[in-house]
Design a binder for this molecule. Structure first.
Ligand SMILES: Cc1cc2nc3c(=O)[nH]c(=O)nc-3n(C[C@H](O)[C@H](O)[C@H](O)COP(=O)(O)OP(=O)(O)OC[C@H]3O[C@@H](n4cnc5c(N)ncnc54)[C@H](O)[C@@H]3O)c2cc1C
Length: 472
């Protein structure tokens, strides 16, 4: 599109085409007066566009398609020790029925499919086909409604009027810069998990590497967040924290998680245990465990189990998505040698652990109380002795899913400054907005991206145009 064309009645520019960006675009197009132009700026090619949304199974914290899971608001607030704002969680819950009806109306299908949290009793709904299916549903609708897509185009800055309103976006395409003027800009460009320098500045990753969970992460380099902060936006969420998952560092494919550690032990490079691997179900413990591993020497741990796991944990294979075969050995000595761990230390760790396992029945499906006694750290559940070879091991490192630090917004998705004042013409939705602190309340990210993307799109479409119609 030529940016010098005659001005439309109104123009809305959206940065990013993940769940937040597409929800914003379709909702804006459905709500806007005729003559309104809606543009999506997307740095990736059409095949790779969609950021993290393209790679997630998208578990949703819903009991039914239109019903938030019990404790939705309380969990978001309490997992953050009171730092995530209650109003935001309440706003999500309030908007679930309408938003879910809307996306299903466009063809999205949801079902209660098996999850990799094999011993969790929490309900999770998923789009059939994962996050990619939501993109496949919404993108053609956006195209049909006339949304203009600019692929392989990166938003690098905002244009701001003297009166403080945002009036356009500076774009880079094939090394050429230009400005696309706009009445409203909606930033939906994800977090900054794809920018090593920004990550290092906030999380200190230079000497402590983090593995990206999926290829989509590399497109999210935080320009959207930076440009809004340069324009005076306030910050929200924990800037020094991130959502973490434990993965196999040998694997090549996305989300090569190793979530079986409830049913064995985790040892560090010295062959020592460092955590209660069975303190709770896997969904409640995987993230904290991944972060603990990130703090270990060498940032690596080893999950060790035995044939109890293969023979008695019926859904065991669903908890490990690494495509690389485990390391197996007939003896602990041989296993230690293969893993490069000190043989004597690993043998002593496992002998002590086996001796401490109490005589109680093992049941994989829920915390079974089969604990250890007299060792530190204790193991609270599933502590069967590791005595049934061949023994099995996976290396495990911490992967970053997304960053927590982002922009402060209000109930319509408008970006606010440090004192809570709205920055006119600027919206943000999805992972570029800050919400989380501490433990991630699973199944809330895609949902909030969709809900706040939709809110921002509708609000931007219905706002009276104050820039383009004021004459440029
Ligand atoms: C493996 C995996 C598992 C996950 N599991 C879950 C789960 O079960 N449940 C859940 O709710 N969430 C989950 N998440 C997180 C969830 O996928 C994301 O939080 C959510 O999809 C983010 O949506 P978004 O629209 O904000 O950003 P994204 O989907 O990341 O989209 C951002 C888009 O912006 C584009 N972009 C970035 N910068 C620019 C720029 N400067 N100019 C132009 N374009 C730009 C990117 O190319 C991308 O297309 C998971 C993520 C992954 C990767």
């Amino acid at each position: 599109m030529n940016c010098n064309d005659a001005a439309p009645a109104k123009r809305i520019v959206i940065i990013g085409s993940g769940i937040a960006g597409l929800s914003a675009a379709v909702s804006a197009a459905e709500s806007a007066a005729s003559g309104t132009e809606i543009h999506i700026i997307e740095r990736a090619t059409p095949e790779e566009a969609g950021g993290l949304t393209r790679w997630t199974a998208a578990y949703l914290r819903l009991d039914e398609a239109d019903v938030a899971a019990e404790g939705f608001v309380d969990d978001i607030v309490s997992f953050s020790n009171g730092r995530s704002p209650k109003w935001y969680a309440q706003r999500v819950v309030e908007r679930i029925p309408e938003t879910m009806a809307w996306v299903q109306g466009h063809g999205a299908k949801f079902d209660r499919l098996p999850t990799y949290f094999i011993n969790s009793s929490r309900k999770r709904l998923q789009p059939v086909g994962g996050g990619a299916s939501l993109l496949e549903v919404l993108l053609p609708v956006a195209e049909k409604l006339g949304v203009v897509f600019h692929f392989e185009t990166t938003a690098i800055g905002l244009q701001r009027h003297d009166n403080g309103a945002i009036t356009g976006v500076v774009l880079e395409h094939a090394s050429a810069l230009r400005t696309l003027e706009a009445d409203s800009v909606i930033i939906a460009a994800g977090g900054f998990e794809g920018d090593p320098e920004y990550l290092d500045e906030n999380l200190g990753v230079r000497d402590r590497p983090l593995v990206p969970i999926a290829p989509g992460a590399r497109f999210n380099r935080g320009e959207g967040i930076r440009m809004a902060i340069d324009a005076g936006a306030g910050k929200a969420g924990a800037w020094d924290d991130f959502h973490a998952e434990p993965v196999d560092p040998r694997a090549d494919h996305a989300e090569a998680i190793v979530m079986g550690f409830n049913y064995g032990i985790l040892v560090d490079r010295a062959g020592h245990r460092f955590i209660d691997e069975g303190r709770s179900t896997i969904d409640e413990t995987y993230e904290e465990t991944a972060r603990e591993i990130w703090n270990l020497p060498g940032y690596i741990a080893y999950f060790i189990t035995d044939q109890h796991y293969t023979e008695e944990v019926a859904r065991g294979p669903e908890g490990i998505l690494s495509e690389v075969e485990p390391i197996t050995a007939q003896s602990i000595q041989e296993l230690a040698e293969q893993l490069g761990l000190p043989v004597r230390d690993l043998e002593m760790t496992i002998a002590g652990y086996n001796a401490a396992s109490i005589d109680a029945p093992f049941s994989w499906e829920a915390p079974d109380g089969k604990a250890t006694e007299g060792i530190e750290p204790k193991k609270s559940n599933w502590a069967f002795p590791l005595d049934r070879g061949p023994f099995i091991a996976y290396p495990v490192v911490c992967a970053i899913v997304f960053t927590y630090g982002g922009l402060a917004t209000d109930e319509h998705g408008r970006v606010v400054d440090g004192s809570g004042e709205v920055i006119r013409g600027l919206y943000a939705a999805g992972e570029c907005t800050g919400l989380y602190h501490g433990k991630y309340p699973g199944g809330t990210s895609v949902l909030r991206g969709m809900i706040f993307g939709r809110l921002a799109g509708i609000h931007a479409a219905l706002q009276p145009s104050d820039v383009l119609t004021a004459g440029r």
